[in-house]
Ligand binder design. Structure first.
Ligand code: F3S
Length: 404
């Protein structure tokens, strides 16, 4: 299939903008052909991945090769979490060879001009595309947030491919870049009374497991829903299934501007009840009775308001000897909370801040066998990733279980 290219895109393909961009454009054009895309879209930002836990040696060599070729990003490019906490990996006992590979990846992305944000929440770090703008984001929870909450457009960009989009500012025009592929297909009604924070994770788990590749439109969520809860809903739906876009009646941009079904009939209806939420939440726990060694929270990375809530809940308590409590977050949130004096209090209580990293794409260090989390995405991945037992519960219950 012939791809329609602009004169700038043709120049890149001819090597007029450097060898690395030329190689990236060749890959993009070949991919576009394979996907049946007739042209490319211009993307305003990229969210890329350079975690050694997923990219391995081949991915490290790929990024180093592009850096050696003089490649430079042409659009702002943020970075998913790394496979080690950069500041504490030695003290925590991460394997040196593994860490050194991650450090090489860090050097490569900095040479390429990527922003070393190391987080799955780029939208909390200043990368906020406007409604209708195209981006090429990789991390599935961020993809869901960009499409659903911000109304931007992106497919789930493969890790090794995101750098091609970053170097050229282009991606094949297919899938969710096309407005006709963004309309809702299934009507989901939530009749469950008051929804707490954990419920939004559980709604995501239910959607991921039951919608297949259909786009849901949700009815029954209050206007006051927080962005953090939408973050969790999308992350859980993307990890327990493959949902990259959802609409919420009257709340998400495309369901404010028009009927999410674009006047078409829903292909089906689905009801989420309180009973279903509670049963699904219980089904995520793999160990009874629930005796955790380690609480992990911040998947996607915790925001300042979540850390403030945890600091209130843990006030006057300490993590019990032999137990752990890890919070995954960004450098920015950590710095903000440190300036407030809150972080010091959390650390005094025995909480460990895990900055710049993620437990799913890094080894679990320490002798922890039973983990407890309030995150639907951690709950979906951790038992198989780390061969551990898992307890899924609210943050209030997580704190009660390991601190006194
Ligand atoms: Fe972020 Fe890792 Fe969770 S990348 S969304 S903390 S699995």
């Amino acid at each position: 299939m012939d791809i329609k290219l602009t004169s700038y895109e043709k120049e890149i393909l001819l090597g007029k903008h450097g060898e690395a961009r030329q190689l990236a454009m060749e890959i993009i054009v070949k991919t576009a052909r394979a996907l049946g895309a007739g042209e490319l879209v211009e993307v305003v930002s990229v969210q890329a991945m350079a975690h050694f836990g997923s990219l391995h040696i081949a991915g490290r060599d790929w990024l180093e090769k592009l850096a050696c070729m003089g490649g430079k990003c042409s659009v702002p490019t943020t970075q998913d979490p790394a496979s080690i906490p950069f500041e504490t990996w030695e003290e925590m006992g991460y394997d040196r060879e593994y860490a050194e590979n991650q450090l090489r990846l860090r050097d490569a992305i900095i040479k390429l001009g990527e922003l070393p944000t190391w987080s799955c929440t780029p939208y909390n770090q200043g990368s906020v595309p406007r409604f209708g703008q195209n981006v090429a984001w990789a991390e599935s929870s961020a993809v869901s947030y960009a499409n659903s909450v911000l109304g931007a457009r992106t497919n789930r960009t493969p890790a090794g491919f995101a750098i091609c989009a970053a170097l050229t500012g282009r991606a094949p025009k297919f899938g969710l870049y096309l407005p006709e592929n963004r309309m809702a297909q299934i009507k989901v009604t939530i009749e469950a009374g008051y929804l707490n924070d954990l419920d939004f994770n559980t709604i995501g788990i239910i959607l991921g497991k039951s919608m297949g590749n259909k786009i849901p439109a949700l009815y029954g969520i209050e206007q006051s829903v927080s962005n953090d809860n939408l973050k969790y809903l999308g992350a859980s739906a993307a990890s327990s299934g493959s949902i990259a876009l959802y609409h919420i009646d009257g709340i998400t941009p495309e369901a404010i501007m028009h009927d999410p079904f674009h006047g078409k009939k829903s292909e089906g209806e689905f009801l989420i009840t309180r009973k279903m939420l509670d049963e699904t939440a219980a089904s995520m726990t793999t160990k009874f009775p629930d005796e955790p060694d380690l609480v992990v929270t911040g998947c996607p990375h915790s925001s300042p308001s979540e850390l403030l809530k945890i600091s209130e809940l843990i006030e006057g308590k300490k993590v019990k000897p032999g137990k752990g409590f890890w919070i995954f977050t960004t450098y920015e949130t950590e710095g903000l909370l440190r300036r407030m004096g809150i972080l010091q209090k959390l650390e005094e209580a025995g909480v460990r801040m895990m900055v710049s990293t993620c437990l799913v794409i890094s080894p679990l260090v320490g002798s922890y066998k039973t983990l407890m989390t309030d995150s639907g995405k951690f709950a979906s991945y951790l038992p198989s990733e780390h061969n551990v037992e898992l307890i899924y519960a609210s943050i209030e219950d997580c704190i009660k279980a390991v601190a006194e």
